[in-house]
Design a protein around this ligand. Structure first.
Ligand SMILES: [Zn+2]
Ligand SMILES: [Zn+2]
Length: 259
């Protein structure tokens, strides 16, 4: 029984690690190596040095292993030991509702844990590493310590105790978090109309301001908690609108007739 659970845990961790690593490198490649707008950073000034980029990638490869292990512990407890709420019978409504609830729950978890580890006694030991890369790049998303992941990423271990959600839907939420997180560190506003204020969807500008101004913009999926608790940076909406406007102008086809 126990040996079977250990093998299931190792196998699940390997599969989740492969999926998250693929998402990390594919999104990083698209939004760092292959991004023609990279020169048009929200953060002007010096780019991150190649040494720091390599450090972020190395740390992310380690960090994603601990994230995968936590996700897999939650999965094995649910799948083998039936610990947690049973998922609702599969339908388009149950999938949509459980995904929305999970996104809201993870966002609340992330917001409050993130605020906690920004407190002075915890920050140095737990979260400082993530803030070393300034400006952040796509590769910085998972550049976190193990302790940092125990605070921010442990949601995936407890999610089945909070939401009646199917494992595949929870994995979809994690994948969305992985991909949007890598894009969120790119420093180029890719949000589009979905993030136009007062839309609650998080933009690149939101997390970029977190790295620049530090004690603000703590959430990860939605701006709801930051608005509610007064931690949204006071220039957020104006800066985001300006960044979105600029991106729209840059990508609009030039229809002028010079003749
Ligand atoms: Zn932070
Ligand atoms: Zn960050």
């Amino acid at each position: 029984m126990i040996l079977g659970a250990v093998f299931q845990l190792l196998g699940t961790t390997a599969v989740i690690y492969l999926i998250l690593m693929s998402a990390y490198f594919a999104t990083g490649w698209l939004f760092y190596c292959n991004d023609p707008n990279r020169a048009d950073k929200i953060q002007r000034g010096e780019a991150l040095s190649p040494g720091k980029v390599r450090r972020d990638i190395r740390q992310s490869v380690r960090s994603l292993l601990s994230v995968s292990l936590m996700f897999s512990i939650g999965h094995v407890l649910y799948d083998r030991f039936h610990i947690g709420f049973a998922a609702w019978p599969t339908s388009i409504w149950s999938v949509a509702l459980s995904l929305l609830l999970s996104m809201l729950a993870y966002d609340a978890w992330f917001y409050w844990m993130h605020r906690l580890i920004h407190a002075k006694p915890l920050y140095r030991k737990i979260h400082r590493w993530h803030h070393l890369s300034l400006p952040s790049v796509s590769w910085s998303n998972n550049s976190d310590t193990l302790l940092d992941n125990l605070f921010l990423q442990s949601y995936w271990m407890f999610a089945h105790l909070i939401i009646p959600i199917a494992p595949a839907v929870l994995l979809f939420n994690k994948l969305y978090d992985q991909i949007s997180g890598v894009i969120g560190h790119s420093g180029v506003e890719h949000g589009g109309g979905m993030t136009w204020p007062p839309s609650p969807m998080i933009s690149v500008t939101h997390h970029d301001q977190h790295h620049r101004f530090f004690n603000c913009n703590y959430a990860t999926h939605f701006t709801l908690w930051d608005r509610l608790m007064g931690t949204l940076h006071h220039t957020h909406d104006a800066e985001l609108k300006e960044n979105l406007r600029q991106r729209r102008q840059e990508s609009a086809p030039d229809n002028r007739c010079d003749a």
